[in-house]
Design a protein. Structure first.
Length: 92
């Protein structure tokens, strides 16, 4: 599972799975197990805003921190995403 970064943000790794690259750009946030069970899922818009699809085990404070991090780093994160997927940003 490709991680966007090797460090944790708000206590969670940010990653995507190689089988979910058929969707638009998104970010999973999970603990050390890197599984979708209990993870949060954020769809990323082309301006860096994110839409929370699944909250997982995260609390509101952790979600806000991760959304701010995504907003500040989405262009760099997109480069990793684009290496695996032809799908772009979330458009709805």
């Amino acid at each position: 599972m490709p991680k966007y970064y090797e460090f944790k943000v708000a206590g969670y790794y940010l990653y995507f799975t190689s089988y979910c690259v058929i969707e638009c750009m998104h970010v999973h946030a999970s603990d050390r197990r890197l599984t979708e069970a209990g993870s949060a899922k954020f769809f990323v818009k082309e301006n860096g805003d994110s839409i929370l699809q699944t909250k997982g085990n995260l609390n509101d404070r952790e979600i806000r921190k991760i959304q701010v991090f995504i907003k500040n780093n989405y262009q760099e994160m997109y480069l990793k995403w684009a290496a695996y997927s032809k799908e772009g940003y979330y458009e709805k």
